[in-house]
Design a protein around this ligand. Structure first.
Ligand SMILES: *[C@@H]1O[C@H](CO)[C@@H](O)[C@H](O)[C@H]1NC(C)=O
Ligand SMILES: *[C@@H]1O[C@H](CO)[C@@H](O)[C@H](O)[C@H]1NC(C)=O
Ligand SMILES: *[C@@H]1O[C@H](CO)[C@@H](O)[C@H](O)[C@H]1NC(C)=O
Ligand SMILES: *[C@@H]1O[C@H](CO)[C@@H](O)[C@H](O)[C@H]1NC(C)=O
Length: 544
């Protein structure tokens, strides 16, 4: 059957099929509806007026609260004078990459127009965030928290906290995002960010009020542009309980490294003398550290924060590496389903394929570019997923990025797409030969972070893999001159962005798409194009 004709089916049939597909045969999972207006507005986080992206007048945007398997219907009205898209970091969009909201999957929402995302948070729990994916909009905010709560019948491995706070941290430029974009478009590098925002505010601009003796869940995401952050609370320890949808072994830490793009949940108990305490956030592994603070305010406190904020940990990479290795899955805890997270024995599955990915930076025609395995990604005129769906030739070709790093130092431009078989079980080794810290994210998936270490990866490094209780997440750091290895079961058909979360590098080509393919055309494997999909580029008149 001609897929192009899908759109002329009576819409009720399309809707029924969609409902059937989304709910796996039952339309009982609840729907949550959101209407969002995207506009520009002004904020003054450092006392200087700045243009930011507001959602319904807010910066950061509203939190999305959902429960496992909810259907989220989010109608985004773009009132900006330029195209816009939101993407959902860590939300897996099962069988549904059309809704992923990145360049390669979804047409931009034209100015003055709207698009309704229809997505289900199938079999997911945990803490994530959304962000604007096009242009360099991320430097203008437009982000917000996503929390997916456990269904009431599924146990959570810690007592219900008294409160639950979203804390979005990230580095920030005082410059307008359009000026930053134009520097990158000219092929120049950006200088370092100017400061750090916590929930869109500058130093001590936000305070979290707690009742003495009570325990709170903090959902902390690093929504910034490049820097790893250390997060700590003066006089308090934190218990790490969840990372990007996985319940962890509940380690107690006095500070936590959160790399760009990552999300953590930590519990903190207000068990100290009633006063105000600093929440400190500072950059990691930078020559000049940035630091900012917020306030943990005991309700009965009469003492404002004073003195220096608590110092961060040593900048020794080993400290951070050791902490990363201690972040493991609690195998007996439930995840989105009542059965234990350890029921899936990833360590016993045979790896079908090894992919090695190395980041690099180089000048190309005197312009700065960044690459993965020697290929610097450039967008084509049509979203790749739509080109694939409508079988439009010449937009991209599968295999335009190799499985291994090239030995030549040169890089070239291409609309890089790596092919992969549905249900393959893949090992990905991220190699970082540069002296910066990297952070890699894969859309559509969680992967098991089986190992990371300083130095060059060799097959011998597999001996040190954690094949038992590695953390399953969607964003991992790779330390300078180090490697990180992940295992991923490719059980989600679609076109998925694999990218650095270092945003200027992502913008200048350090990303590609993983096309997880099956020849089957069953909605069990992948949904048809949504009935309201925007069409653009060569997909505008796909039947002709
Ligand atoms: C969005 O904007 C429209 C007008 O463009 C307005 O009617 C509506 O109330 C706004 N909605 C929200 C939630 O701000
Ligand atoms: C735009 O919003 C209207 C409702 O205001 C909705 O009916 C329509 O489907 C939306 N457009 C898209 C492309 O989702
Ligand atoms: C693991 O989860 C179980 C709940 O199944 C909980 O009782 C236990 O305390 C957790 N262990 C750790 C070390 O976090
Ligand atoms: C992966 O390997 C397993 C076990 O060897 C095999 O059953 C499966 O067909 C392979 N899958 C792919 C997609 O290559």
């Amino acid at each position: 059957m001609n897929q192009g004709k899908t759109r002329v089916w009576p819409s009720i049939i399309v809707l029924l099929i969609w409902l059937w597909g989304v709910t796996g045969g039952s339309a009982e999972d609840p729907y949550r509806f959101f209407t969002w207006n995207i506009t520009y507005g002004q904020i003054y986080p450092f006392g200087i007026c700045q243009q930011v992206i507001l959602i319904n007048g807010q910066f950061p945007g509203p939190d999305i609260h959902a429960v496992t398997n909810d259907n989220l219907i989010i109608n985004v009205h773009n009132h900006l004078p330029e195209p816009f898209l939101l993407s959902w970091n860590g939300v897996q969009q099962r069988r549904n990459s059309f809704e992923d909201g990145v360049y390669g999957t979804t047409c931009p929402i034209p100015p003055g127009s709207n698009f309704t995302y229809q997505m289900q948070v199938k079999d997911q729990i945990g803490s994530f965030y959304y962000f604007p994916s096009l242009e360099f909009h991320k430097a203008a905010g437009g982000y917000g928290g996503i929390r997916i709560l456990t269904r009431p019948e599924v146990p959570v491995p810690f007592p219900e906290p008294h409160g639950d706070f979203t804390i979005l941290i990230g580095d920030w430029y005082i410059a307008n995002h359009k000026d930053l974009k134009s520097i990158l478009d000219q092929g120049k590098m950006l200088r370092c960010p100017d400061g750090i925002l916590i929930n869109g505010r500058g130093p001590n601009g936000v305070s979290f009020t707690v009742e003495p003796g009570k325990t709170y869940r903090l959902r902390i995401s690093n929504v910034g542009l490049q820097n790893s952050m250390n997060f700590r609370i003066e006089g308090h320890v934190m218990k790490v309980v969840e990372v990007e949808g996985t319940h962890t072994l509940q380690n107690t830490v006095s500070s936590l490294d959160i790399h760009v793009g990552q999300s953590y949940s930590a519990l903190v108990t207000a068990d100290q003398r009633a006063k105000d305490y600093y929440i400190a956030v500072s950059t990691r592994f930078t020559t000049q550290a940035l630091i900012t603070t917020a306030v943990l305010h005991y309700r009965n406190s009469r003492t404002w924060v004073s003195g220096p904020p608590p110092p961060g940990p040593t900048t020794d990479i080993q400290w951070s590496l050791n902490q990363a290795r201690s972040i493991r899955t609690n195998l007996t805890a439930s995840g989105p389903r009542p059965n234990p997270q350890g029921a899936y024995h990833y360590g016993q599955i045979k790896v079908n394929r090894t992919i090695k990915l190395a980041n690099s930076a180089a000048l190309l025609n005197s312009k700065q570019r960044y690459a993965v395995n020697g290929v610097s990604f450039v967008p084509a005129d049509t979203p790749l997923k739509l080109a694939d769906y409508f079988k439009i030739a010449g937009v991209f070709h599968v295999g335009s990025i190799p499985d291994y790093p090239t030995t030549v130092q040169q890089i070239h431009l291409d609309t890089s797409v790596m092919g992969a078989d549905y249900r393959a079980f893949v090992e990905i080794v991220f190699e970082n030969h540069e002296d910066i810290i990297q952070s890699w994210h894969l859309d559509g998936y969680s992967f098991f972070v089986v190992g990371m270490d300083i130095g060059q990866w060799t097959p011998n490094c597999r001996k040190q893999y954690n094949l038992n209780d590695a953390i399953s997440r969607s964003t991992t750091q790779v330390y300078p001159d180090s490697w990180t290895a992940v295992y991923v079961a490719l059980d989600n058909v679609g076109m998925w962005n694999l990218r650095t979360e270092f945003w200027a590098r992502q913008y200048l080509g350090q990303q590609f798409y993983l096309r997880v393919y099956t020849p089957s055309h069953s909605v069990r494997d992948e949904y048809p194009i949504p009935n309201n999909a925007l069409l653009c580029g060569r997909a505008k008149n796909p039947i002709s």
